[in-house]
Write a protein that binds this ligand. Structure first.
Ligand SMILES: Nc1ncnc2c1ncn2[C@@H]1O[C@H](COP(=O)(O)OP(=O)(O)OP(=O)(O)O)[C@@H](O)[C@H]1O
Length: 241
């Protein structure tokens, strides 16, 4: 059984098609990158996988469950980190971690996660007083606090300094080593090449390529150029004529 099975999803916003007939499967334990230009439909797709949007047509399964109709069971296996966090709150880092942990039957070790993203010294700081990058790091902790088997991460390292980026990468590598399935949206091609087993490229709501990072480089006709990067392949696959 695939950990994430997206079957011909179409998503429309008031008549405008944001995602058009997308198929995507992510195997258990796989780290899968989702690439696409701004507005390609990545967040819409991830929100649909998270059960936050009902697809206009098609179906989604997460470990065999429908995330829209089976929310409670999906919540116990799925961790979600979205681009926008609207936690305008006076709660501290430690209080938020404890609060989110209380939503789960088998929470992870919150202290260890806070330490892993380098927020330990900020445990007593209110969320609203954290910098943007620190808030972002906390959102990763909150996505992982339920010990999820499947994790959706939307631009998790955007806004992080280079050191914090590497810290979060190590966390992702640890999750991967533990067999957690990860769907990772990113505009950072170095990050995707390093972390992902396979990649799907979306363009204007449709899948234009799926494969390993190296196979995408080869399929873009750049295999003969040993300096060609995933970014070169991405630009070739999504170029506008
Ligand atoms: N709530 C909404 N109502 C109407 N249109 C929307 C809504 N959310 C997104 N869209 C449109 O759907 C399309 C896909 O948007 P989406 O946010 O999924 O793209 P994205 O690939 O995540 O982009 P980015 O890289 O900028 O985050 C865009 O044309 C966007 O304008």
């Amino acid at each position: 059984m695939a950990a994430i099975d997206v079957r011909d999803i179409t998503q429309r916003y008031r008549g405008r098609t944001a995602v058009a007939g997308v198929r995507l499967t992510v195997a258990e334990g796989e780290t899968h990158g989702l690439l696409g230009r701004n507005g390609a439909g990545k967040t819409t797709l991830v929100e649909t996988v998270a059960g936050l949007r009902r697809p206009s047509s098609g179906a989604v399964r997460v470990l065999g469950l429908d995330p829209f109709t089976d929310r409670d069971r999906v919540r116990s296996v799925l961790g979600v980190q979205l681009q926008s966090n609207d936690l305008h709150t006076a709660l501290t880092v430690a209080e938020l971690v404890d609060l989110f942990a209380s939503f789960h039957r088998r929470p992870a070790d919150g202290d260890a996660l806070v330490r892993a993203v380098g927020l330990h010294e900020h445990r007593r700081v209110r969320y609203e007083r954290l910098s943007g990058g620190q808030q972002q790091r906390l959102s990763v902790v909150l996505a992982l606090i339920g010990s999820p088997r499947v994790v959706l991460l939307d631009e998790l390292t955007t806004g992080l300094d280079p050191d914090a980026r590497r810290t979060v990468w190590r966390l992702i590598e640890d999750l991967r080593a533990d067999g957690v399935t990860i769907l990772l949206i990113s505009h950072h091609m170095d990050e995707v090449h390093r972390l992902c087993d396979r990649v799907t490229v979306l363009d204007r709501g449709s899948v234009v390529a799926t494969g390993t990072p190296d196979s995408l480089i080869a399929d873009a006709g750049l295999g003969g150029d040993h300096r060609a990067t995933l970014e070169d392949a991405f630009l070739t696959l999504t170029e506008r004529s």
